[in-house]
Design a protein around this ligand. Structure first.
Ligand SMILES: [Zn+2]
Length: 750
């Protein structure tokens, strides 16, 4: 959920988690993609569909999922020397066979699988959307939401009327002392952290058994704080385009407003009778965009960098209610909390302690609210309400939003077809209802068992490797082993499905449905405060093609969606699946011991269990990885941020080694066969590389370089194998070749 953007940064995700695990965005294209195909429903006919689906996006729901093997020879480029560029050798033909669809910023094995799962879910939702009496609660909830979303004429007919409640609240704001009330009301039904800041719950970093009230920084319209300051030409252009987009949106909203008599009076101050073509409005909108830009730039200045947000200590600041009040003396926090409590009936109004994740931000925001004229604050709030809900509004608004955020910033050529938007919306809003329908039909007990067996092998290997580490003292090793033993694995889907009781979904009110779903989710989160933690909770929905480690739960999570071909393939020899899913499992496990995860103990508390000398040695070894990846180029003249991507790179390296050793142990009594012209060891490594086959548009590569804790895909593969002598042996690489580091230069942590 976007509201927890800071929280999500604490997750260690497997692959394309920029979609599901990084910072907030209200854009549809960034919502997590559902997925997962039924092994039981998979068809055996599919070498061809693997290459044809992308070029011509299918227009019909799938009832059977195409099968692609975990090692796909057609994706390889065998005229490339694997010892020179292993990624291109393994994946070089994949982008040619799988061009980026026009509604995607990039296209990879993961996103292709996710899209196939979307198509499968589409079929389930078409059935569930039929207004029949025999639907079960999960079908009714997800089906009615889908039906409402698909009803575009209804959305067009309502125009901007659904925004009236929020815009009316802002318009009626006549004194700054009322701001906490207005913000609380807007936040209660908000879907992201765009309105200045966000308030939610969080597992207490200092006491992982309880939930603590938490305030997050927010309020920016550009993807990251650095976008507001970077002096290069491209950044200047982005800011100019952003300003123009904001002005255009305000203008469109005004035009809609002035054309609808029912909405008169909703906007305070400079009301103009004119429509979009009126130059006065254009000038006014431009002035308002400048106001917004200035305000957001001041917020951005006080916001932590992406690198800092990855440091759990830098976002753990327990304060009392009084201390919070001191941070921003002119903002009546008590009034804010009290109003949230009224809106969320189940919530206690007083918080003795809170985590004000970024005190500097809350101090600066307080000062900024004090120094900014009320009318300017209202302009800022209007913009964010509009921006947050733009994708739920008529085309003229939704399209302008798409133009800037998806087309310009991410390079996407055209909006996704409506069905795709709506399947994603159901997954994002009532994902555990949709997930039930999915898991029932697709995830077999046999698959679950095989995944659990693989994971057990990897856990056993990690245990042996920690015990055998030559750089760690016995005391720290004992703690590391304790942490490993305490790490819980969740496979497939939650043990208890979420209860959506009380959530009203109406077939003829899509906007209202999404607002109520956000409200329901916000209530659910706030109701946790002060209560014991539900350790059975999942943060990804079952059909999602991704996985994560969560340090405060100390658990690793593999949804059903990520445990299917071509990632996890039980039909062919096991080497490619060990390289692929095995390395993903090892990746998540290693997150518990990366630069971020290692700061949490076995119980999930932010507690230092490292002997100082061991911590120093870890940092020294991790620096080798920072330096290696900092040398890679992300795009144009932008280098990979070795510090931002450190956790993921450590997880990739550690995870692949764990998978390799575990695979060898699991097959030590077997005679393994070569296939497709590849030895068993080569099949392990090509299988490993092929999870990452794909390509991306330059716009999204630029955005990811600034915000994504994962390195670009080719570096995630080549950056690992250069540190593995096992790889060099498998392909008979020679010293001095690009994929072979000098022994003394090899990075080795876990
Ligand atoms: Zn990860």
């Amino acid at each position: 959920m976007p509201i927890k953007s800071s929280f999500w940064n604490a997750l260690g995700c497997a692959a394309l988690s920029w979609m599901s695990c990084t910072a907030a965005s209200s854009s549809v294209a960034q919502t997590p993609e559902p997925t997962a195909a039924p092994l039981t429903a998979a068809s055996a006919t599919s070498a061809t569909s693997a290459t044809s689906a992308a070029a011509a996006p299918p227009a019909a729901p799938l009832t059977v999922l195409p099968y692609t093997p975990a090692l796909d020879p057609s994706a390889m480029k065998r005229d490339v020397d694997p010892c020179v560029d292993f990624y291109t050798y393994s994946c070089g033909s994949w982008p040619t066979n799988n061009p980026i669809p026009p509604d995607r910023p990039s296209w990879e094995v993961y996103s292709k699988l996710a899209t196939q799962n979307l198509q499968y879910l589409w079929g389930l939702l078409q059935t569930a959307a039929q207004d029949r009496a025999d639907r079960d609660p999960a079908q009714r909830l997800s089906g009615d939401l889908f039906a409402a979303c698909m009803d575009e004429p209804q959305i067009e007919a309502r125009g901007l009327t659904p925004l009236e409640d929020s815009l009316g609240l802002i318009a009626a704001l006549d004194a700054k002392r009322r701001l906490p009330v207005v913000l609380a009301r807007l936040h209660a039904a908000a879907g992201d952290d765009g309105l200045l800041f966000a308030f939610s719950s969080q597992q207490d970093p200092s006491d992982s058994n309880s939930e603590i009230a938490t305030l997050y920084s927010g309020g920016l319209g550009l993807p990251d704080r650095d976008y507001y300051f970077k002096p290069d030409a491209k950044s200047l252009e982005i800011r100019a385009r952003y300003r123009a987009h904001v002005a255009k949106m305000l203008e469109l909203a005004d035009a809609a407003h002035s054309s609808s008599p029912a909405e008169a009076g909703s906007r305070a101050g400079a009301d103009s009778p004119a429509g979009a073509a009126n130059p006065a409005v254009t000038k006014e909108a431009a002035r308002e965009a400048d106001v917004i830009m200035r305000f957001e730039t001041a917020l951005a200045r006080a916001t932590l960098t992406q690198v800092d947000k990855r440091d759990p200590k830098k976002v753990n600041h327990r304060v009392s209610a009084r201390e919070l009040q001191k941070l921003s003396p002119h903002f009546a926090w008590g009034l804010y909390f009290k109003t949230r409590a009224t809106a969320d009936a189940r919530v206690a109004p007083a918080y003795a302690v809170l985590n004000a994740t970024e005190p500097k931000f809350f101090r600066a925001a307080g000062t900024l609210l004090e120094s900014t004229p009320l009318e300017d604050l209202k302009i800022y709030l209007r913009w964010h309400v509009l921006h947050e809900r733009a994708t739920l509004l008529p085309h003229r608004i939704a399209d302008e939003e798409f133009d800037f955020y998806q087309h310009y910033l991410r390079g996407i050529e055209q909006p996704p077809p409506r069905w795709k938007t709506c399947v994603r919306s159901v997954d994002g809003n009532v994902g555990e209802a949709l997930g039930q329908l999915f898991v029932e039909r697709t995830f077999s007990a046999g698959t679950k068992q095989q995944a659990e067996d693989m994971l057990k092998g990897i856990q056993a290997t990690m245990k042996q490797r920690i015990a055998a580490l030559d750089w760690m003292t016995p005391a720290t090793k004992a703690k590391a082993l304790e942490k490993l033993a305490g790490m819980r694995a969740k496979i497939g889907y939650p043990e208890h499905w979420r209860d959506y009781g009380g959530l009203v979904i109406a077939r003829d009110d899509y906007f209202g449905d999404v607002v109520r779903a956000d409200q329901f989710e916000n209530n659910r989160e706030l109701a946790k405060i002060g209560k014991p933690v539900d350790r059975d909770e999942w943060y990804l929905t079952p059909p999602t093609v991704d996985a994560y480690y969560y340090p405060q739960m100390n658990d690793i999570n593999f949804p059903a969606g990520v445990l299917q071909p071509p990632l996890f393939d039980t039909r062919i020899d096991s080497a490619p699946s060990w390289g692929n899913t095995g390395a993903t499992m090892g990746h998540e496990l290693t997150h518990g011991f990366d630069d971020e995860g290692r700061q949490f103990d076995a119980k999930g508390n932010l507690h230092d269990w490292w002997a100082p000398a061991d911590a120093k040695e870890f940092t020294r070894r991790a620096q080798c990885v920072v330096d290696q990846y900092s040398g890679y180029t992300a795009i144009d003249d932008i280098k990979v941020n070795g510090q931002l991507t450190l956790g993921e790179n450590l997880a990739d390296l550690g995870g692949t080694i764990l998978a390799y050793v575990s695979w060898q142990a699991a097959t030590s009594q077997m005679t393994l066969e070569s296939a497709d012209g590849l030895t068993p060891d080569q099949r392990f490594f090509v299988g490993m590389a092929q999870w990452a086959c794909g390509s991306a548009r330059p716009e999204i590569m630029r955005l990811r370089a600034a915000t994504d804790p994962h390195a670009p895909l080719p570096d995630r593969i080549n950056g690992v194998v250069v540190n593995m002598p096992e790889f060099a042996r498998a392909f008979s690489c020679k010293a001095g070749q690009p994929m072979v580091k000098k022994p003394e230069a090899i990075c080795k942590v876990w």
